[in-house]
Each structure stands twice: as C-alpha cells, then as structure tokens.
Design a protein around this ligand. Structure first.
Ligand SMILES: [Zn+2]
Length: 183
C-alpha cells in the first residue's frame, strides 16, 4: 500500500520491484531551498508529488530500477517586470534510472534521455522533489500581464501632448511691449 512508504526513506529496490506508487504533499515549510525563493512567507503552500516505481531489464537481462516522478507547487516569486509578488506554478515530470555508483551515473546520464542517479537503499524522495522544483523555477519570473502599469516605465501620453514649452504669459507681454515701442 502506498501509504506505508516514507518519502524521506524510500526502499527503492522493493518500491520498484513491486511497481508501487506513492503520492503525497509536502508543506513548503519543509522544503527549505524552495522556501528560500519565495517572495512571501509561505503559509499554506505545499508541493504535491507522485512517484511510480518500476523494474525494467536492460539488453543483457539485468534488472534496472526506474522511478517516474512528477511534482508541482505554486510559489510566490517577485515579478521581474513590476517587482510585485507573482504566483508561479512550478511543475515537472521526469524519469529516473538508478545505477550503482557516481562514475556510472556521470557517464550514463550524458548518454540517456532519462536522468541517471546513484542508487540508495533508503532514498530521500522528498529531496529529489525539491531539487526538481527548484530547477523548475523560471530564471525571470513575471506575471503573464502585470496587475498595474509600473509607475515610471511608461511615458504618459498626456504629458507629451503638452507641447514644447508654451511661453510664459509675461514673456508674451514683454514681447508685445518691445514690438510696440518705437525703434
Ligand atoms: Zn508583474
């Protein structure tokens, strides 16, 4: 049963072999690296995830441990256009394959479409969810359209319409006087 697994200590091999699934919710308060990106104090925000394990066999018949993982979280970031808080939906969906050691992971990750990670008997799924959500944060977060026009970035058309310096009334008067005075 899915609920018997602890996402911080997932027994990867058994999870994959039995084709188990685990879904859950992690409060943002428990995801420090994601929380650090938040523009506001996260009160009720949480990340959702769903993981499915599977055992597959390579061409030589050796079993491989796979994990299909998807996750999502709504995070409040600072809009880089208007500098106001903007809610951004982060999500990812990826396949992971586990190998015996770092060296193999480094080589095979480059060659594979799936992400290759080092096998751990007790795998911290929660950390992987956080890693992927941090990667899903846009480099330049922005509102699709900002709630208000930023104050100083747009020229006011009325201001421009006020013609190039209308002459001061006294200056006009002075001009008239000069014109009427005999030369
Ligand atoms: Zn904005």
């Amino acid at each position: 049963m899915a609920s018997t697994y602890d996402p911080r200590m997932l027994p990867l091999a058994a999870f994959a072999r039995s084709g188990a699934a685990l879904e859950g919710t992690v409060p943002l308060a428990d995801l420090p690296r994601l929380r650090a990106q938040s523009a506001v104090e996260p009160l009720e925000t949480a990340a959702q995830f769903r993981a499915t394990g599977s055992e597959r066999f390579d061409t030589t018949g050796r079993p491989q441990i796979w994990l299909h993982l998807r996750g999502s979280c709504r995070l409040t970031l600072e809009c880089q256009r208007c500098l106001r808080p903007a809610e951004v939906d982060l999500e990812f969906e990826r396949d992971f394959r586990f190998v015996a050691n770092e060296a193999l992971a480094a080589v095979e990750d480059d060659e594979s479409e799936e992400d290759v990670l080092v096998f751990e008997r007790q795998f911290n799924l929660r950390e992987l969810v956080e890693d992927e959500l941090v990667l899903a944060i846009p480099l330049v977060p922005m509102h699709p359209s900002c709630p208000e026009t930023p104050r100083f970035s747009v020229a006011d058309p009325d201001f421009d319409a006020q013609a190039p310096e209308s002459p001061h009334p006294f200056a006009v008067l002075a001009g008239l006087k000069r014109r009427s005075s005999p030369d």
